[in-house]
Design a protein around this ligand. Structure first.
Ligand SMILES: C[S@@+](CC[C@H](N)C(=O)[O-])C[C@H]1O[C@@H](n2cnc3c(N)ncnc32)[C@H](O)[C@@H]1O
Length: 231
């Protein structure tokens, strides 16, 4: 995961963070506006309100566009990313005193104390995780750092049809071996990631101590859930 995202960041960080942008000339204004839109969805469409405006944490912060938007609502924002190159570029792009980026190990939020965060968000990160255990570990970390009543806003791939999904991955792998791989490298396991049906996501959330209170765009690549931490 780390080398894939480091290389992606070196090649064209903005595009790999938001592949809806043009590869050759990604528009920085559209990119930052996307970050504000995602933060708005995560904060406004929830049925739960974070208990305070102290600390927000983003898992997989990329170039920091969402952290930048969250810094207008929270006193302090910490973004974790598995790619040192993403962290380096995020520090350049988002130069705000209340935003900090940390190079993480992909499964923990080391350095954030237990029960200190009001809000944890993750967007277009779990959908790229090649194993469900990575998602589970991050959910447990979100639960560890959130205080009582803290809100976890999580987006993941809940597309229906396990057989269709497996067939899609096999087809991508075959095309790669036949020399017809995606030129932008989006057909490798580190990008294709995992799908997690809602039932399995609900079990992971409940096991970590969350109560799910909201859901948007079910059965899609961009399914959102909102969950409240109860201690
Ligand atoms: C598609 S980008 C999204 C970035 C950001 N969430 C946004 O929407 O602006 C995915 C980011 O997650 C990072 N990443 C992937 N797996 C991760 C993991 N297990 N833990 C932390 N960061 C991860 C990648 O390095 C990359 O910067």
């Amino acid at each position: 995961m780390r080398s894939f995202w480091d290389e992606a960041a070196q090649r064209n960080a903005m595009f790999y963070v938001d592949t809806s942008l043009g590869y050759d000339d990604p528009d920085p204004e559209a990119f930052l506006a996307g970050g504000r839109r995602i933060a708005d969805i995560a904060l406004d469409e929830t049925k739960a309100t974070p208990p305070g405006h102290g600390l927000a944490v983003e898992i997989g912060s990329g170039l920091g566009r969402i952290c930048a938007a969250l810094s207008e609502t929270f006193e302090k924002v910490v973004g974790f990313d598995i790619s040192a190159e993403m962290v380096r570029q995020a520090e350049e792009l988002v130069n705000r005193p209340n935003v900090e980026f940390r190079h993480g190990n992909g499964v923990s939020l080391t350095g954030v104390d237990d029960a200190t965060a009001d809000f944890v968000l993750t967007f277009t990160v779990f959908q790229h995780a090649p194993r469900r255990s990575i998602i589970r570990a991050n959910i447990h970390e979100a639960a560890r750092v959130l205080r009582d009543g803290g809100v976890f806003a999580v987006q993941w791939n809940a597309t229906p049809g396990p057989i269709r999904w497996r067939a899609h991955r096999i087809k991508m792998g075959l095309l790669g071996r036949l020399g017809r791989a995606d030129a932008k490298g989006r057909d490798v396991p580190q990008f294709l990631g995992s799908r997690v049906p809602l039932g399995a996501m609900d079990r992971m959330l409940a096991d970590a101590g969350f109560i799910r209170v909201g859901l948007a765009e079910p059965d899609s690549l961009f399914t959102w859930a909102w969950a409240v931490r109860r201690r």
